[in-house]
Design a protein around this ligand. Structure first.
Ligand SMILES: [Zn+2]
Length: 217
């Protein structure tokens, strides 16, 4: 608003101090800007974030596991509110990077002694960014450990293997390679470009931190 030049200056000053402080925190955390990256959506068509940030949220089972605090459980949807089975739908790498883990040995429903992520891949995006994609259908993972992948490259087909009660894609990013290292806090994932249903229309967004309940269209 007009007037109050001094207030504007103080506001700018406070803003720059804040940016400096936030920047310092990021440097102290290892140089990661919290949501500076933009990742490609790992699917095509209409899906919804059944679970996702923010935590804490009593309805989000990820919140009790620090490395999954920004995790998503994406389900395919018909229309805008009806989850449908995603089994067999292609899933794509959200980033360029290297496959550092790949497991493809479980059926699509729970079995004893399974890995909680079931059939899964871990893609290393940078020295301290590792993305887990979990619950693939058996026999569908099309990348191997050591392989370089590009953003948008198909890595497998959606499924229900591991600890999964409904066919979905679990995806999260964390700073260490071991996805069973549950105690190390996970990292937010900014996806884009995408289109989000706002209740009346699909709104295109260049980049967005999705939240639980968001519908992609
Ligand atoms: Zn999950």
């Amino acid at each position: 608003m007009g007037g109050g030049g001094g207030g504007e200056m103080r506001s700018i000053y406070r803003g720059s101090i804040l940016r400096w402080f936030v920047g310092l925190i990021f440097v102290l955390l290892g140089g990661q800007t919290a949501v500076a990256q933009t990742l490609q959506l790992p699917f095509q068509g209409t899906w919804a974030a059944l679970q996702g940030p923010p935590c804490p949220n009593s309805g989000n089972h990820h919140c009790s596991t620090p490395n999954q605090q920004f995790a998503y459980d994406f389900v395919a949807v018909a229309g805008f509110n009806h989850p449908v089975s995603c089994i067999g739908r292609p899933l794509f790498s959200p980033t360029g990077g290297q496959v550092v883990s790949a497991l493809d040995m479980y059926p699509n429903y729970a079995v004893p002694n399974m890995h909680p992520a079931g059939n899964h891949v871990v893609i290393q995006r940078s020295p301290n960014e590792f993305i887990l994609m979990a619950h693939f259908s058996p026999g569908t993972i099309s990348v191997a450990v050591g392989q370089q992948v590009t953003a948008g490259q198909q890595v497998g087909l959606c499924g229900n293997s591991g600890q999964s009660t409904f066919p979905h894609l679990h995806i999260h990013m964390q700073p260490t390679v071991d996805v069973l290292n549950f105690g190390t806090p996970g990292m937010p994932m900014n996806f884009g470009p995408l289109s989000l249903w706002n209740g009346t229309a699909c709104v295109p967004l260049a980049s967005h931190l999705l939240r639980a309940g968001d519908h992609l269209c």
